[in-house]
Design a protein around this ligand. Structure first.
Ligand SMILES: O=C1O[C@H]([C@@H](O)CO)C(O)=C1O
Length: 551
């Protein structure tokens, strides 16, 4: 079936965490409306830019866009940003059931609140591999009181001004600044939040029946924060990651990084005369943001009876063993497509924090990504000269780079060259983490690939070495679209370049991408058919449109 949606992107006033702010909304809502379809459907989504003075695009995170690379929603990569007043028609099929989301992919618009769920149900007649009685959606994000326009300026100023930690964590767009739902039952200087219930920042309560099983679909659209989610007294059974089934495993809490999605099963087998906390807390960075909270309400009692015990304690922010233990448990469910046993090309990508002309940046193999004004997809397809660097960025980095120290020479270059792949090449990417520019520290980076799922073949501590590949999991590696690199560690991915198009591969932390932490993959672009004109009407491509009939 074809499903039609109309999304108007517009600023509005809102109180995501009880403080009035400018929020990027869709059809007047924040977060945007949930888009729902069945596997095999075609979505026709008309996005109208009502922002008045800036462009916009929307990326459908986790959707492979097979055959429709122009609909990936990445400004300067798959299309021209949609101008104020204009409408862009995204048309693509959703071929795989799963939990996805959509978000802005131009500047830091995601941080401003441009996101919503995209859920693809199984095709008619198909059955899930697990049973459940009901389901909930839980979209996680973080929230700043500084505007994203100012954040962009701060990050691209000399001296560099860091955006610092978020003021609040949001669940389905709701958080509480300067008060806590749990103040009465825990040790905090925050006062108790008081709600009538209809406030925009009042928590969205999850109502359940006892002795049932619920599927909770969770996605993280955070700008910066890595999160840990727990539900007081309850176990979580992880069954899906990034739209792929995983071998079910049971945990007390999950770590979720920006760009990831999970489905967990929750069985309501606890005392039905109580309600329970649902909590999220910051991981991987020294937190300065209170826990995000809401309530799991057993319908046997009133939702206004708060839990009498404190909310779950988030693991220490730097307890990376906790994170690794969770991440290493994720393996593919039986029946998942297996990876090719060999690769055709390997990239070793070193992530470093650098200086470019005095500006603080992130670079990959010493190149910090600055997007061109003409979108790659059109410029490669129509062979437009001069729209980006024709020289490819390096496939590897210097052997003697000491990942445990700040870079000896912190200076790097900006660039917008692409890695070119032939159709069906098997590509391995080893992401190598390192020390930041100042002090002794290495940060978590969740890397997201557009247009594909990749197999996560393995993780390791320290520097990747020849021979580490003997430890790769080629038997049941999970398929994902986002994978984390741990501090001072490496992560190995494999994918098949079977989707003609131009695809971004980048750190999903919004300020890091803004500071250049990404690369561009171009795959068999000459095989791309029928790019709509509206995706091409900017930069050096305008001439192509005027001069020749395209395709
Ligand atoms: O990109 C970043 O910059 C700061 C810090 O490294 C410099 O202020 C930080 O914590 C980041 O993640």
């Amino acid at each position: 079936a074809v499903r039609h949606y109309k999304l108007d992107v517009k600023y509005r006033y809102g109180e995501p965490d009880c403080k009035e702010q400018v929020v990027m909304g869709i059809n007047g809502q924040f977060p945007g409306p949930t888009i729902r379809a069945k596997a095999g459907d075609t979505l026709h989504i008309a996005v109208t830019n009502k922002l008045v003075t800036e462009g916009t695009v929307i990326h459908w995170h986790g959707i492979r866009q097979y055959g429709t690379p122009w609909a990936d929603g990445t400004a300067s990569i798959s299309q021209c940003a949609i101008s104020p007043g204009e409408t862009f028609h995204y048309r693509f099929t959703v071929d795989k059931a799963g939990t996805y989301f959509y978000h802005g992919h131009y500047g830091m618009q995601r941080t401003a609140g441009l996101y919503g769920f995209l859920i693809v149900d199984l095709a008619k007649g198909k059955k899930e591999a697990f049973d459940y009685d009901g389901e909930f959606n839980l979209l996680l994000s973080d929230w700043w009181h500084q505007s994203t326009h100012e954040q962009q300026l701060a990050l691209s100023s000399i001296p560099f001004r860091w955006i610092n930690e978020p003021q609040s964590l949001l669940m389905n767009g709701r958080g509480q600044y300067n008060c806590s739902l749990a103040a009465n039952v825990m040790n905090t200087s925050l006062s108790q939040c008081k709600f009538k219930g209809n406030e925009e920042c009042a928590p969205q309560i999850f109502h359940v029946h006892p002795n049932k099983t619920y599927r909770i679909r969770i996605a993280s659209a955070t700008s910066l924060a890595s999160l840990n989610l727990a539900i007081g007294n309850h176990k979580l059974v992880v069954v899906e990651a990034d739209g792929n089934y995983v071998k079910p495993f049971t945990v007390n809490d999950i770590d979720i990084y920006s760009g990831e999605s999970y489905s967990v099963l929750l069985t309501t087998n606890q005392d039905p005369k109580k309600n329970y906390w649902i909590s999220i807390g910051v991981r991987g960075r020294k937190p300065n943001t209170p826990q995000g909270l809401t309530i799991l309400n057993y319908k046997t009692i009133s939702a206004s009876i708060f839990p009498t015990s404190p909310p779950p304690i988030t693991p220490q922010w730097d307890d990376y063993n906790h994170s690794k233990t969770f991440t290493y448990k994720i393996i593919a469910r039986k029946g998942t497509r297996k990876p090719p046993q060999h690769y055709d090309r390997r990239l070793l990508l070193l992530n470093t924090q650098n200086l470019v002309g005095g500006y603080t940046k992130w670079a990959i193999n010493n190149v910090s990504l600055v997007l061109p004004s003409t979108p790659y997809l059109g410029s490669i397809k129509f062979n437009v000269n001069g729209s980006f660097d024709t020289k490819s960025p390096p496939d590897t980095f210097s052997e003697d780079h000491d990942i445990y120290k700040p870079p000896l020479n912190p200076n790097s270059n900006i660039g917008n060259g692409v890695y070119m792949f032939q159709l069906n090449q098997v590509v391995d990417v080893i992401l190598q983490n390192a020390n930041v520019m100042k002090g002794q520290n290495s940060e978590i980076h969740p890397w997201h690939l557009h247009g594909h799922n990749f197999w996560v073949l393995g993780y390791g501590d320290g520097k990747f070495q020849q021979g580490d590949e003997r430890k790769f999991n080629l038997k049941n590696p999970p398929l994902r679209n986002t994978a984390v690199i741990f501090p001072y560690g490496w992560t190995a991915l494999r994918f098949k370049a079977d989707n003609p198009g131009v695809w971004a591969f980048h750190c999903h932390i919004q300020p890091h991408l803004y500071m250049g932490m990404g690369v561009i993959f171009a795959e068999a672009v000459l095989n791309v058919k029928k790019i709509p004109r509206e995706a091409l009407a900017c930069g050096l491509l305008r001439k192509v449109l005027i001069n020749k009939k395209h395709n």
